[in-house]
Design a protein around this ligand. Structure first.
Ligand SMILES: [Zn+2]
Ligand SMILES: [Zn+2]
Length: 314
């Protein structure tokens, strides 16, 4: 059976991480991967590949190439092409994760702070973009964003791309999918911010000043995302519908302008003693014009009800 053969091949091709990193820790081998990536047609013959890397010594070139097959490079009778792991290495080089450390100095965002009303600013450093208020020092958004996303974009275009990127990531997180590796996320409500800091996760929490944070953890790639409950509602259809009924397109409003998304003052935890009492509920109230949408979520952060109220409940 072809299936069982290919399954066995997949298993055989796995290598220890240290061996995998060792295999690519060499300029010639990276050049081989890059040449395969840039080749107009694949597979590429041995002689063509050697010519594009520019190495005269055939035996030495063959040695380096052998270190890359089968994990990073696939060898067939027609020549050589990239496997998914090889593409991953080149992609990381292209997006700049390994090689670049670009920065963008603070620039005005064009939105005001939801806390104090002063203008927000954004800057980029350490592969993350931050939107914050210099007046009250509240962070409205801080997330990793690939360095490649800066190239060819002015400040406005960068901000727009970043905002859409983060929304996409949160849509995955809200669906329980790790945006990095695709594994299932473990989600918990953290209402004790001290505990959150003590256990070393304060840096994962983008809003350390908040009392109520949803912490989504990927046990596979050790990624943690901490955010308000409201951030999970950015992709909720009931909320989009509420905005549409008020003549607004939620997808076009930068989320740092939404107080219910970037603060927890619209969030109420009901019957909560650290998340162990069953059942507990979380309510997020979203005011718009003269109406309020109250969204109630269960302990799995699934929406269990939405109510429209004439005015903000006391
Ligand atoms: Zn402020
Ligand atoms: Zn993951």
């Amino acid at each position: 059976m072809a299936d069982s053969d290919s399954t066995r091949t997949e298993v055989d091709r796995r290598v220890a991480p240290a061996d995998a990193f060792g295999a690519i820790a060499n300029e010639t081998r990276l050049a081989i991967l890059r040449a395969l990536w840039e080749a107009p047609e694949r597979p590429v013959s041995f002689s063509e590949l050697r010519a594009s890397v520019g190495m005269r010594d055939s035996a030495q070139f063959n040695y380096h190439l052998r270190q890359l097959t089968d994990h990073f490079v696939r060898k067939t009778d027609e020549g050589y092409s990239l496997r998914a792991a090889g593409k991953g290495v080149v992609r990381a080089l292209v997006v700049g994760t390994f090689t670049e450390d670009p920065r963008r100095d603070p620039f005005p965002v064009g939105s005001d702070c939801v806390h104090c009303g002063e203008p927000l600013h954004a800057h980029y450093a350490d592969e993350s973009l931050t939107v914050d208020c210099t007046a009250c020092e509240r962070v409205h958004s801080r997330h990793p964003f690939p360095p490649g996303g800066l190239f060819g974009r002015d400040d406005d275009a960068l901000l727009d791309a970043y905002e859409r990127w983060v929304r996409g990531q949160y849509a995955l997180v809200a669906a329980g999918i790790c945006p990095v590796c695709g594994s299932e996320l473990r989600t918990e409500l953290v209402t004790d911010t001290d505990r959150f800091s003590e256990d070393g996760t304060a840096s994962a929490c983008r809003f350390p000043e908040y009392d109520t944070v949803v912490l989504a953890t990927c046990d596979r790639c050790i990624r943690r995302v901490g955010a308000t409950v409201g951030m999970r509602l950015l992709s909720a259809s009931a909320v989009a519908e509420f905005y549409r009924d008020h003549g607004l397109d939620l997808a076009t409003i930068p989320y740092w302008e939404l107080p219910w998304a970037v603060s927890d003052r619209h969030t109420t935890v009901l019957n909560d003693d650290g998340g162990t009492t069953d059942p507990w509920r979380v309510c997020v109230t979203i005011p718009l014009d003269d109406e309020v949408l109250r969204v109630t979520l269960d302990r799995d952060f699934d929406i269990v009800s939405t109510d429209r109220l004439g005015q903000e409940p006391v």
